[in-house]
Write a protein that binds this ligand. Sequence first.
Ligand code: NAD
Length: 262
Amino acid sequence: MGDLLNGKRGLVMGVANDRSIAWGIAKALSDQGAELAFSYQGEAFGKRVEPLAASVGSDFLVDVDVTDDASLDAAFAAIAERWGKLDFLVHAIAFSNKDELTGRFVNTSRANFKHSLEISCYSLIEVARRAHPLMQSGGSIITLTYGGSNRVTPFYNVMGVAKAALESTVRYLANDLGPEGIRVNAISPGPMKTLAGAAIGGARKTFRHTEANAPLRANATLEAIGGTAVWLTSDWGACTTGEIVLVDGGYHVLGMPQSENL
Ligand code: NAD
């Protein structure tokens, strides 16, 4: 427990269950005194998120599907009415058809390309546009990406393209919103055992490979990702924007696997 985020209020989007990266972040932010609202996707997820939210003292839940403008409008209207301001926003949302997170990239369909990029990248712009007028005293927006954006990871396929677009979006939003004192960053963890993570072909192999080869010989943890989000949300992160912060045990510095794992 600490007080780095006392008095700060924010929306956490993307908790599906207690293994979600968004949940790790929510807990860490709450431990530092932040007051949280949660968005969930549909009733079934809502039932799972409600007790988690309650465990960090929140009864502020909004149902949002990021492809549905009306649900986004309603969520931000509820925040404006209840809080009148927003200090931070966590966007931990991605989706792609599971059938295309395996097999050959060359078979990516037009429909799934559009859908994946809409949910996994464009939605950040949609939420930033609604959030920034509420961030009158500046703010922090954090999204989640993965190193498959600029290096090929087996079966990550169209999600790699979506993450590359998302990382570019972070930089453009950072520049656009910077004059308002709003910082926009992405956290890039290594592979995590979550619902979304499990949808990627060979996920277990990627998890084990990263663990065996990363300089720290470890994968990221929800606590380490949460700690990074605390830093980016707090005043300690005041001069960091447009950044992709790697939380991957150092995996990204490798030029080749460790020799014992060849
Ligand atoms: P998760 O399944 O727990 O979370 C994904 C969330 O996206 C869910 O809460 C789901 O409801 C939400 N979502 C999907 N489509 C939506 C829509 N149309 N409207 C609203 N919400 C929608 O998995 P996670 O791994 O915690 O994923 C969170 C973020 O972290 C994603 O951006 C993911 O790409 C990223 N990430 C994951 C890993 C990993 O290995 N799991 C690694 C790096 C980055």
